[in-house]
Design a protein around this ligand. Structure first.
Ligand code: SF4
Length: 265
């Protein structure tokens, strides 16, 4: 990290703003186009914020592509390690209860399946990220303070606020069973009081990635088709955001599956 007081001042100024922090966290998974960043922050002020981040040495701008600089990557890594040091166990966490199943609706991606919303009390904000290693396929997002858990075709998202959403279940009973399973895994960890050990990487193969892509071969990602895109995803040469079709509601479940799977590449 910088020892120069002027550079430190620039970095502190850049990171004092919540929009700029959002941009930096958004870049943590890889490079983004200015268009993609413009979808999460107000487009009118985007140029202003990017200039401040660039002047602070946190990002590099190349035509329409933005990425973290080496300094920015180390800065973010340092911050994450510091945060990890702050919350290391469940000593402050209380056992959870599933308060109620609020909503049962058909899945957008597959109307023969259901999506179910429920509430978890007390909310797990603050310790949610520690739960990630408990589940063989899961991915914690700092940006959304949410944990996505994949079990077969079922996708469960637990939010720091206490909201839980389960998609692609056959019926309400299956959702309730999944909620009970979730509750007992989490409460067992809380009772032990220790954060689970970091998980080992589960293997993900090309076919599994390809299975969840839209398979339209539309070419909007700049690749010849979905299979070529899957190969580049496996090689970490592109990020999921390049497949703009995944942002459409009908592909929401596939996108969530891929978010989990790509975190294991
Ligand atoms: S944009 Fe998505 S759906 Fe289209 S070819 Fe690329 S990966 Fe396939």
């Amino acid at each position: 990290m910088s020892e120069n007081p002027n550079e430190t001042k620039l970095v502190n100024f850049a990171m004092a703003n919540s929009i700029r922090r959002k941009i930096i966290n958004f870049l943590a998974d890889g490079y983004r186009s200015t268009g993609e960043i413009g979808e999460i922050v107000e487009k009118a002020t985007l140029g202003f914020h990017l200039k401040i981040l660039k002047d602070a040495g946190l990002i590099e701008l190349e035509e329409e592509t933005v990425k973290l600089s080496e300094y920015g990557t180390n800065f973010l890594k340092g911050k994450k390690e510091k945060n990890a040091e702050e919350i290391t166990d469940f000593s402050q966490a209380k056992p959870i209860e599933i308060a109620r199943v609020k909503q049962v609706l058909p899945c957008i991606a597959d109307s023969s399946k259901l999506r179910v919303s429920a509430n978890m009390t007390p909310p797990l904000s603050g310790v949610l990220k520690l739960l990630e290693p408990l589940f063989p396929r899961s991915n914690y997002s700092d940006r959304k303070d949410s944990l996505i858990i994949q079990k077969g075709e079922i996708i469960t998202t637990v939010y720091g606020s206490g909201k839980v959403s389960i998609r692609m279940v056959e019926n309400e009973d299956e959702a309730k069973e999944e909620l009970e399973r979730l509750k007992s895994i989490i409460n067992e960890a809380i009772a032990k009081g220790e954060a689970p050990a970091p998980r080992e990487k589960a293997k993900v193969d090309l076919i599994e990635i390809y299975k969840y892509l839209p398979q339209t071969n539309c070419g909007k990602c700049g690749e010849q088709g979905c299979y070529s895109f899957a190969i580049k995803l496996m090689a970490r040469q592109v990020t999921l955001e390049r497949c703009t079709l995944l942002k459409e509601p009908e592909y929401a479940s596939k996108q969530e599956h891929l978010q989990v799977l790509t975190s294991y590449i």
